[in-house]
Design a protein around this ligand. Structure first.
Ligand code: GLU
Length: 425
């Protein structure tokens, strides 16, 4: 490995994405000459963001953007505001976006970006200043045909609106297609906010149907109550009819065998900001919550929560990976052995609803066109259905895990596109 690539190497999340890629590259028998070319990001940008704080001080934040490959179109991916964000983690997340976009047939390379900060500790004006400064520093490197940002952990529609405004002011006209996940009032797409959660629910229902599970008799545990976890929990409870027996956010994990009222949890979070004081259930160790008996387990928070320490002890029938990278490669080896006990819906399939609807939003922006929420959701489900069928078929025919199948389809598409375009000069 040449030292120029070592900026990513120290990071644990990057090491995980690299190991996943190695397994797939071995399975696809990818030539050693092509492995590094496929795996390492094309571009990685680090920026320092000096920002005026409310108390009069100036604080500097570190920002990142990684554009993984430019072979199939512009790059696309979310923007994460999290205290521990690093270049390596951003690169891993960008790599996963590449495989996710390719698996779902979107004409994008993967990207990811963000700022190492805790958005809950910033005032609204500080958050706006940090967001605007980040976009301003990124202007030379992004564009509607180059790299399109979207939301991720710690960001929301308002942050996307500030990004769009900053870019547009610089250009001198409204460029709505520079970001996705914007408020509908400025060119956002109906249903984008709910898209990731809705996609998770569609796939869970699809898997339950395949496994002949009766939703009315099933239970679910959801880890994470942000944009994805809350939509998934609400819909699984109120529409699909599952009993939510476990629910957590960054402040607390709750377990209640009799069922948790998710609507009440949502109301509580709207008022209090988190689940900390919500009293419908017993407080439980967050790691223990994942191990409780349930039919469906939805990790919808951070990466690497299912590891070699707990994979053998999971008691769910379906593992629906709503987060990015929730399962480590070591845990995968254990789950591979348990393939007939735990049905895995791998992350690049399970949480793809977000970027799929982001793609619709981008197309709408470019064409100044609007679709209704019903049209959007309908198109979303059709793409997910196609991807789900392909993954299940590939796994069955080749006798490989669902993750292997999903990653193999994604990696193969990028690899073929690179081979077809050739290497220049
Ligand atoms: N953050 C989302 C993901 O991890 C999607 C970002 C986007 O819409 O560009 O898939």
């Amino acid at each position: 490995m040449s030292s120029a690539l070592s900026i990513y190497e120290d990071d644990d999340v990057f090491a995980m994405a690299r190991e996943q890629f190695r397994v797939i590259a071995d399975y696809l028998q990818i030539d050693v000459n092509n492995r590094e070319r496929l795996m390492y990001p094309k571009r990685a940008i680090a920026v320092t963001l000096p920002v005026h704080m409310d108390d009069g001080s100036t604080k500097t934040f570190q920002g990142y953007r990684v554009q993984h490959h430019l072979t199939l179109g512009p790059t696309k991916g979310g923007t994460r505001f999290a205290p521990s964000l690093s270049m390596g983690e951003t690169a891993a997340l960008a790599m996963w976006m590449s495989w996710k976009c390719a698996l779902n047939g979107l004409p994008y390379g993967g990207a990811k970006g963000g700022i190492a900060c805790d958005p809950t500790k910033l005032s609204r004006s500080e958050l706006e200043a940090v967001s605007r400064r980040y976009m301003q520093e990124m202007i030379p490197f992004v564009g509607p045909h180059t790299d399109i940002m979207g939301p991720d952990m710690g960001t929301n529609e308002q942050v996307m609106a500030w990004f769009m405004d900053t870019y547009s002011v610089y250009q001198g006209y409204a460029v709505s297609e520079i970001v996705t996940g914007k408020p509908v009032s400025i060119g956002g797409t109906e249903g984008r906010r709910e898209a990731t959660g809705r996609g998770v629910v569609y796939l869970v229902e699809r898997a339950m149907d395949m496994l002949k599970m009766d939703p009315e008799k099933c239970t679910v545990i959801v880890q994470g109550f942000g944009n994805v976890g809350s939509v998934a929990a609400l819909s699984l409870a109120l529409r699909t009819g599952l009993k939510v027996v476990g629910l957590s956010d960054a402040t607390v994990a709750l377990y209640n065998a009799k069922g948790i009222d998710v609507k009440a949890a949502e109301q509580h979070v709207l008022k209090k900001g988190n689940l900390r004081a919500f009293d419908q259930g017993d407080r439980i160790d967050p790691n223990e919550m994942l191990l409780q008996k349930c039919d469906v387990l939805v990790p919808a928070a951070v990466d690497r929560v299912i590891t070699e320490r707990n994979a053998a002890k999971l008691q769910c029938r379906i593992l629906a990976e709503a987060a990015n990278g929730p399962t480590s490669p070591e845990a995968d080896r254990i789950l591979d052995q348990r393939w007939d006990e735990v049905f895995v819906i791998p992350d690049i399939l399970c949480n793809a609803g977000g970027v799929i609807v982001s793609y619709f939003e981008w197309v709408q922006g470019l064409q100044s066109f609007m679709w209704s929420e019903t049209e959007v959701t309908d198109k979303l489900f059709r793409i997910l259905e196609h991807s789900f069928t392909q993954v299940i078929r590939r796994a069955k025919v080749h006798k490989i895990s669902h993750r292997m199948a999903a990653l193999a389809i994604g990696v193969e598409r990028v690899m073929k596109a690179k081979a077809t375009r050739g290497l220049f000069p």
